[in-house]
Structure formats: C-alpha cells, structure tokens
Design a protein around this ligand. Sequence first.
Ligand SMILES: [Zn+2]
Length: 363
Amino acid sequence: MSKRRVTKVSFLAILSLLVVFAFVVSASAKAKVTAPPPGMINSVLGPISPNKLGTTLVHEHFAFAYPGWFADETIAPYNYKAVLKADLAAIKAAKKYGIKTIIDATMNDVGGRNPMLYKELAKKTGINIICSTGLYAEHLGSPVYWKERVVWGADISKMMSELFIKEITEGIGKTGVKAGVIKCGTSGGGPISPYETAVLKAAVVAQKATGVPIITHTEGALGGVEQADLFLAEGANPKKVMIGHVSNSKDIEYHKAILAKGVYIAFDRIGLEVITPTAINVKNIAELCKLGYANQIMLSHDTVNFWLGRPIWVPDSYVPAFANWRIDFISEKVLPLLKAEGVTDEQIKTMMVDNPRNLFLGK
Ligand SMILES: [Zn+2]
C-alpha cells in the first residue's frame, strides 16, 4: 500500500469516526433534554415513581436567606458543615414520624437553594428530596435583575419560562439535579403586579411543557383566589397547582373560595403561632374535611432549618411563639389534634400521602 493510499484510508477512517462522534454527541444532547419521564417525578437523585413519595411535607426549606444576605458574607460566610448538621438533625426528627419525602420550596432568587446539599442529604438519609425552580414574590425576591430588562423591551416572562424549563429538563446549573416543582408567589391581594404576572405566566408555560406542578407563596391572608384565577386563565392544570400559605388566613371562607377553583391548598405554615395559632388551623382543617375537601388539602410547616447570614434575633418575649415551628410538629402534635376534632385516619392519609402524589400526577 502506497504512502498516499494509507493517508487517504486514514483520512476516511477519521472522517467516519467524526461523523459517529457527532451523532453520539447530538443524540446524548437530545437525550438530556427531557422532562421527567411521563408519570415520574424529578427527585434530586433522579426520577422516582409517585408511589415512592409516601408521607410528604410539601413546603419546607433546608436553608434560606432573603436576597442580599451575601452582602454580609464577610461577617457570616456560608458554613456548609453547619447547614448539613442542622438539616441532618431535622431529617432525623422527621423520619422518626415516617416522613418519606420533603419538598424544598427555595427559589432561585433567594439564598439557600443548593442542589449539591440536597443530594448529600438525600444520599445520607434515604429521604426523597424534591427541589424547586422559580422566583419569589416581588417584594421578597430579586426582581431588579428582570425589571431592568423590561425597560429595554425584553420579554422577561419568556426568559423566565426558558430558565424554569431548562432547570426541570436538564438540571440546575451544571449539577445535573433537576427541579421537581415550580415555585412562585405574589405580594398580597388585589390585582397581581406586572412583574409577578410575568413570573406566574412563565410558571404555567413551564408546567405545560414539562408536566411539573406549581406551588405558591401567598402573602398575608390574601391572594390565593387571584393566583388560582391567573393560572386557570393561562390554561394551567388546576390539579397540578397548590396554592400555599392559606394557613395565613383564619377565615374558612377564604379557603373555600380557593378550593372552589379546583386547585389544591396548603396549610403549610403550621406551627408558626405568630401568624395563626395551631388551634385555629386545626379547627379550619377539621371543618374543611367534614365538608368533603380532604382530597384538596396538604399540610406542612415552611420551616427554615438553617438561616444563612447572621443568626436571626428575636426578642425573648417572642421565642415561645416559635417553639412549634419545627419539622416534626405536624406529625407529633397536629395529627392527634385533628383526630380529636373528628378527622379520620383515612383523611390524614389523603392529606399527607395521596394528595402530594396526585399533585404530581395531576389527579
Ligand atoms: Zn417557604
């Protein structure tokens, strides 16, 4: 074989290898862009069947800080070991009562969302963790980044939906951890602001594209009905929407008005006595169960197991008011109180096991 012939053969061999390589790369790139497989859920360790969720806390935070905390990092740097220790203790307390799954509702634009932490916690404890993609209410989040772009005519809602979809289908940053819920919120009652409308519409676009449920923050005792109306008007699946923080309201008529929209509601600040005393939450939940709404209600605490930045200071007189704000409070204290009010074991299973599963299934 002449030297020229060898060169020609080698060239062809390399060319065909390159073609194969290009095909493999493009196929794997395509394979990456998938929503959770139909009927499956994105946990931080990969897709799981909804049947694996078991008893679920639908709104907690493994770590949290309001925007701007990083400005104080010189004084109070992120202490991964301390966060891990606090979270392992919290998960241990929850597991004692049979909690199998925790949804972390921390959004992109606050401090604390940490996919690698969630992964380590899930691996170390065997608990399922589902994390969020999304943006907070305007007055609590970091809207300036987005609003500055509106000035120049950008379609920020489209940009946000691209972000949410990418974090659900490909992963958060380069961690490979995929978000399993979309989290958003509003700042109160009345008309929803243009910024929050952009966020909520983006959430619906992402829900339609990926099938992932939307969970929300409402402010004060307001906003749940307006949120549900916007989601429905945009064509969201109401069975994949959970309006959060309805326990901010002591008024059962407010709860019923949201339930009438066909969405789920979450009494997810149970134990925060400064907002609504547990006795009132228990009375309202029991009454709603009697009225036949058990299959639309979920329960959680909205605990923050670790506050980033400097320790939060509260006056001594307020400390007892936060004593019940802990991840095992529902299991230990509230479920027995609900039973004493006539809520059945079956209804408790519906709220703690079946409804979280059905939220992901859209049932
Ligand atoms: Zn929260």
